[in-house]
Write a protein that binds this ligand. Sequence first.
Ligand code: G3P
Length: 215
Amino acid sequence: MKLFLDSGDIDEIKKAYGLGVIDGVTSNPKLIAANWNGKNADFLEALDKLGRKDPVIVTLSSHERDAMIREARELSARHPNVVIKLFMTEQDLSVIGELKGRGIPCHVSLVYSVNQAFLAAKAGASIISPFLGRADDFGDDGVRLLTETIDMIRGYGFDTEVMAASIRHPYHARQAIRCGAPIITLPFAVLEKMYRHPATEEGVQGFLDAAGMKT
Ligand code: G3P
C-alpha cells in the first residue's frame, strides 16, 4: 500500500516526509499555479533538492497531442521518477500507449465510472484515480466507485494501480483504507487530521503532567 501527498507546497511535503509515511507526491495544475506560478520545472527542481527518488505525478502544460508527448518525454528524461498525469479524455487515452511504449508511466485522473477506469487500464495506464469527493459532489457514491474499480482491476489482472483521489476528509481516508486502495493520495490537512485525536492529546498531556515531563 502506498500513501501519496497531494500538494505543491514544499514545506508541507517536507513535513509529510518527516512523518515517514509518504511514498510519493501528486500535483495538479491548480496546485502548481498556486505554488509555482504554473512552472512544473521549478516544482520538480525543488523536489529533486529533497534528494528523494519517489514517484512524482505531474500534469503537462499543453493538451495538444504532439506537444504532450514531447513534454512528457522531456520531463521523464530529466526526472526519471516522474509519472505523467493525464485526464480521462479521448485525446489523453490515445497518448497512454505511445508513452508506455517509450517507458513513460501515465496516471489517468478524473475517473468517475468503472467503464472509464477499464478503458484507461486497457490503454496501459500505470495508475488510475477515481475521484471520491468529486463523485460525491455529483450525488454519486465515490467509495462505491473506488471499490468497483479495485474489483475490476483485480478481476482482470490489469497491471494498473488504483489510487483513491479527491480525498476531502479523514472519513474518506478511512473508507479508502478499508477498501484496500493500493494507493491513496490526500492533502496535508487530511493527513494531519488522521493522526491527531483529542483523546490522544489529552491522554499524552495527562501522562506528561503526572510524570513532570515537558514536550
Ligand atoms: O487528487 C485530486 C485532487 O487534487 C482533487 O481534489 O478536493 O479538488 O476534488 P478536490
